[in-house]
Design a protein around this ligand. Structure first.
Ligand SMILES: *Cc1c(COP(=O)(O)O)cnc(C)c1O
Length: 414
């Protein structure tokens, strides 16, 4: 029987206005496409990785030697960060939405003893892991972390910096301080905040491990690298206990990035077959971040998020989030219950907004790498149009006035 040959896969250009992935920067795509084929031990590929490592330390404000990146997506970096969790380890995980909920599941899987894992392989509940569920839409506060760490005295504590599921910013200062007070190693999911928020890892010494992703604040979707950073306390612990993985053991993976025995060396050694295309794209996304400057970029996110927030409020929506790359909102009462319908209508027209992925159903509109007045006008107007199609009484003049308030009257819809 002849094998069917499918037609060439065409993927359309959409307006990626969700929590992530963001709009991959044209410079990043160009870097990906223009790289030559060169193997993973070619001098320029290895040099590129070492330069990435240095740029990451700069962007993330850290002197941690073990700052590099894990091939793959956000979960790949998180898996590497969680690799030091051993069966029976005492862990406290704070969950306030979809993503920290999945992180807590990873922690339960890693900390489970063989018996505990076999009892419920996909959703184990080990006795040594305490998951604190904070209701959707609410932040994890420093007071809560303090109280729980004081009660349980774990080896590890986990929190998401920005919980993308509900769009909430959690209290990193409170988390780090509580970890220091109780001698706990903090682990943070910084997938949504890196490249968007202006913060320095070294200001939060209670956090021993950090993991992020390429596709959100770094505008680098072509499957590339998930940044990670570890304090020496983490690496010392990992050295003593080991990890049940070759590929995601941070000590082993770091070697290809030229980090051996806690020190930088001139040249990486083989860990796996890195792609010159991916290295070139990632390298460009880091250059872009440094050229823009994190402080400038963070200010730009604040400006544009405030404009979009006011615009959707003018349309009668209620915003419940406080991240600057995303607004999470409830529709006006008369459209309540029709969130999925609205999101599907938008998506069908190439306007890629998202619902929440766990209850309650809300709408999420993101502005990753959409940092200009024209893009925000476009997003606000497409959203207003989608509401109008569901029967909302949209006032275009009020919407325009609201946008003018942020951008000045000289800026017109583009
Ligand atoms: C997006 C996200 C993830 C998952 O990242 P992937 O790139 O899909 O693997 C994990 N945690 C948070 C907080 C996120 O926003």
């Amino acid at each position: 029987m002849p094998t069917e040959i499918f037609p060439q896969l065409d993927i359309p250009e959409t307006l990626a206005a969700g929590p992530g992935p963001g709009n991959t920067d044209a410079r990043v795509l160009h870097a990906f496409a223009r790289a030559g084929v060169a193997d993973h031990m070619h001098a320029d590929v290895l040099r590129g990785m070492i330069e990435c490592k240095h740029m990451l330390r700069e962007i993330w404000g850290t002197t941690n030697t073990y700052t590099f990146a894990i091939a793959g997506t956000g979960w790949s970096g998180l898996d590497a960060m969680f690799s030091a969790i051993m069966p029976g380890d005492k862990v406290v995980a704070f969950s306030n939405g979809t993503f920290s909920g999945i992180d807590a599941l990873t922690l339960r899987i890693k900390a489970a003893t063989p018996c505990e894992l076999a009892a419920d392989p996909l959703d184990p509940c080990p006795a040594s892991v305490v998951v604190i569920n904070v209701p959707h839409g609410q932040p994890v506060t420093g007071e809560l972390v303090e109280e729980v760490l004081d009660e349980h005295q774990p080896k590890w504590a986990f929190m998401a910096h920005w919980e993308t599921g509900s769009g909430r910013v959690n209290d990193l200062r409170g988390f780090s301080d509580a970890c220091i007070r109780h001698g706990v190693m903090g682990l943070v999911d910084a997938v949504s905040s890196l490249g968007v928020d202006d913060f320095s890892i070294d200001d939060f010494p209670g956090v021993a491990g950090w993991a992020s992703c390429p596709q959100k604040g770094l505008c680098c979707l072509p499957l590339t690298y998930a940044p990670v950073s570890f304090r020496d306390t983490y690496i010392e612990t990992l050295k003593t206990t080991g990890a049940y993985t070759y590929v995601h053991n941070p000590i082993l993976e770091a070697r290809h990035w030229g980090i051996v025995d806690g020190a930088d060396v001139d040249k990486g050694t083989y860990h796996r077959t890195h792609s010159g295309y991916a290295v070139a794209a990632f390298h460009e996304s880091l250059r872009l971040t440094l050229q823009e400057g994190l402080a400038n970029r963070a200010a730009s996110y604040r400006l544009h998020e405030a404009a979009l927030r006011d615009a959707v409020a003018t349309l009668g929506c209620n915003v419940t989030s406080d991240m600057t790359s995303l607004v999470v909102l409830n529709l006006p009462d008369h459209l309540a219950g029709r969130e999925m319908e609205l999101v599907q209508n938008c998506r069908a027209e190439g306007f890629g907004i998202w619902p929440t992925l766990s209850a309650p159903v809300q709408i999420r509109i993101g502005i990753l790498n959409q940092l200009n007045a024209g893009a925000i006008w476009d997003i606000a107007n497409r959203f207003a149009e989608a509401m109008r199609k569901l029967g909302a009484d949209v006032d275009p003049e009020a919407l325009e006035t609201s946008l003018h308030k942020h951008y000045g009257t000289s800026v017109a819809a583009q």
